[in-house]
Design a protein around this ligand. Structure first.
Ligand code: SF4
Length: 359
């Protein structure tokens, strides 16, 4: 079997940073318990691994004892959650992805100017709940074009749309097109809110999936960007399945399949992808071909609140850097396992962004 492995896949800079935040806290907190508000990232294995190391995940601040340490997840929280944490004298470490913070900042800025905001996204997703909480009186959520007739618009010239960061580019474009038709004077966000990691993973699947007869996406069912990858593949005509890990693979999927594309959502640890590759090679033999579509070099620094806590506990935060070397690690792993492999560059482009400190 030929296994095409999409690059980029897996952890984005926001997820690396959020996981690193909890890792660092576990290192420096000693006997202090670490609470995390909501799943730190939407991946079952990441959450279970932290739970096994003593982290307590909560769905409300009421569950966190006074004076404790609480981490806000990568998806962001509303100001109401932040003030609840202050009222309980919690040490709050905000692991919100800076690209989600950007959308919050846009919402606050335009709401202050008296504009109305149409937030394109999934109403119940943690990120949308957080952004909506920044200016609930100014924001209306749009999930689908059918929502448009129900919108209450005061001044169609003081109107802007923003989007959730992890939407399907295609779905978002359909909704935005319908919004522009309904409100031709509506303004656009200063730059796209759909983040680089979502865009790159979707573009890679779209570029490579036509060569495969089946697409395996590693990711959890509640991970928005993972689900979108399966949808893109299916919409373009290649059957696809979303799996948390190799234990969910059904051998029947591969009857008559000679080429399979493997990718993973932005919150998926790479060892789960390795497990899937090993499962496929053990059963079907063949080779792994890494397809490089984008070279991602975006990194986010640790949050200022955590850096301060680390200094207070005698740890130099600057000595701890986030490392992103997924492709090299996987190549080394394939070599160790004696799995035939090669890397093919497909019109590779470097992701813009560089190092974006998160202080
Ligand atoms: S998927 Fe995008 S917005 Fe979400 S954490 Fe990753 S980089 Fe940030």
């Amino acid at each position: 079997m030929k296994i095409l492995l999409a690059n980029p896949r897996g952890f984005c800079a926001g997820v690396y940073m959020a996981i690193d935040v909890v890792d660092q806290l576990l290192d420096i907190c000693g006997a202090d318990k670490v609470f995390v508000y909501h799943e730190i990232v939407h991946n079952r294995h990441v959450v279970d691994r932290f739970r096994n190391r003593g982290v307590t995940f909560v769905e409300s601040i009421a569950e966190v004892p006074r004076d404790s340490i609480v981490v806000f997840s990568a998806h962001g929280v509303s100001p109401a959650v932040r003030s609840e944490a202050r009222a309980k004298n919690l040490t709050a470490i905000d692991a919100t992805c800076p690209l989600v913070m950007k959308v919050h900042a846009e919402a606050i800025r335009f709401a202050k100017r008296g504009w109305q905001i149409l937030l394109v996204g999934h109403r119940n997703h943690q990120e949308v709940v957080g952004t909506l909480g920044e200016a609930p009186e100014a924001i209306q959520v749009v999930e689908k074009p059918e929502d448009i007739p129900n919108l209450k618009i005061i001044d169609a010239e003081k109107l802007i749309y923003l989007t959730q960061t992890t939407l399907s580019l295609d779905d978002a474009n359909i909704i935005i097109k319908a919004l522009k038709k309904a409100f031709p004077k509506m303004h656009e966000p200063p730059s796209s809110d759909i983040c680089y990691a979502t865009t790159n993973r979707q573009t890679a699947v779209r570029a490579i999936a036509p060569e495969a007869e089946f697409v395996l996406v590693v990711g959890s069912k509640n991970s928005s960007n993972s689900v979108r990858l399966t949808e893109i593949s299916e919409n373009d005509g290649t059957p696809s399945r979303l799996i948390d890990d190799k234990s969910e693979i059904d051998p029947d999927w591969f009857v008559g399949v000679n080429t399979v594309l493997v990718t993973s959502g932005a919150s998926v640890p790479e060892d789960l992808v390795h497990g899937v590759l090993e499962w496929l090679i053990d059963r079907f033999g063949g080779e792994v071909e890494q397809r490089d579509v984008y070279d991602e070099r975006v990194e986010f620094g640790l949050p200022g609140t955590l850096r301060e806590l680390m200094r207070n506990r005698g740890v130099d935060p600057d000595s701890r850097r986030i490392r992103i070397d997924r492709e090299a690690d996987t190549t080394a792993w394939l070599e160790r396992k004696h799995i035939p492999n090669r890397t093919v560059q497909v019109s590779i482009r470097e992701t813009e962004g560089g190092h974006q400190p998160h202080d």
